[in-house]
Design a protein around this ligand. Sequence first.
Ligand SMILES: [Zn+2]
Length: 231
Amino acid sequence: MEILNTILNIVFPVNCVSCDKRGSDLCTKCLSESPTAERESANWIFPFFDYRHIPIKKSIWLLKYKGKKRLASIFAEVMYGRIIEELSDLSVLNNFREPILIPIPLSKKRYRERGYNQAELICKELIKIDKNNKAAHLRHGVDVQLVNNFIFKKNVLAKIKETEHQANIKERHNRLKNLIDSFAIKNPELIKNKNIILIDDVTTTGTTLTEAKKILKQNGARKVIAFTIAH
Ligand SMILES: [Zn+2]
């Protein structure tokens, strides 16, 4: 994999979106210098970076709107570490096992416009990392019962209402109204008594995630937590 990346880098050079250094879409230095999220969010929502930090804001924008899909794997890498950390607590305390990853969906219209969903890309990368992690554990003879098996489901949660961008709505109660009944569940049998990890790029007020959690719980989900790149 390393060798392939090196070759690809020579043929199609990649530069850091923040400092322009050759080699990665967001270099290790810029990534490690980015501050983590400190503003308060609900106790079941785990954002990683501080969204106000320009390199993070810019990278998310490029991932979301400009087709810089490789950023999904860079963010998934840092998010995975955080997820495992939280799960090691949760799995002991609340029996939070074999979590189902569900990306916050786009409406059909937006999906057609953009051609992809950034949250879905992150989920796919997380699944990949989790599989590799499991394989590595197996090689080292670790009991894989102790390893989390992430399951990816994109056909559960659907965005059925075209909503105004949350950032464009000034008043809080209008933001909430904007999102009410914006989600639907397609295959409730897939989530009955299951633990769910919601994945999104950014959380601001938490209303999107809260709405998604609400409908998942109404349809029988056991426990729902959420991870985002930034807050
Ligand atoms: Zn950089």
